[in-house]
Design a protein around this ligand. Sequence first.
Ligand code: MG
Length: 275
Amino acid sequence: MAQELALGVMTQFHQPPREALEAVRALDIPTVQVGYPGQLDSADGVAAIQDASAQTGVEITTVFCGYAGESYADIPTVQATVGLVPPSTRAARLDMTHRIADFARRLGVARVAAHIGFVPEDAADPAYRDIVETIQGLCDRLAGQGQVFALETGQETARGLRQFIGDVGRPNLRVNFDPANMILYGKDKPIPALDLLMPWIDGVHCKDGRWPTQPGQLGEETPLGQGDVDLRRWLHRLIELGYRGPLTIEREISGEQQRRDIAAGRDLIRSLIAE
Ligand code: MG
């Protein structure tokens, strides 16, 4: 198990696992959440990842689901294309989620996370009941494998998410709290939201961003500390409420700038938690 408040980074295995985790180790970051690497979903792939993790000492804390056909272009497109909520793709994506959870189990990772999409805010909406039942079934399946399922925040209010968690009513349902998403989707204020959701938060994304300026558009992601999250207050409140899990940096760009922003974010988080 990672030490308390271990730094982490959201990582994709675009390179071979050993190279990818060595790059994380070079940043002096001891944990990762990884996007599901379909190309490594084999006995050899699992062995290669486990070997890379053992050799580098970088622990994988979560496998994140992603689905073909998703687009984050703007809010209506996210609503129509992302996660398990859209009915036309739900069955196929549920099968994919089962496959991802099985992969995570073979890898020895007990936490699977996803954006499930825009859950209707009206609990009387029949579509709401459908998605509650879908997540109940998924949680039950994962519980049988000793796993938890974490909901990535951002596409609903904290109050709406709390209602949903209560209605699903499964003990292995968790929250992966991304404060920037709440802002980027214009949904909620991330610091009061912590108080509402704390009992379920077992992972976070340290990410920053600015509020949207036009209806229907997403806000703009920024390097950590440069957006509207108020990282200092958010982090201090998170810790004050008792959170001790990994602090996983997420920076959704690529290349050298991403590496620099992650390194700067790491230094910023270290200095804030030492205050
Ligand atoms: Mg996130």
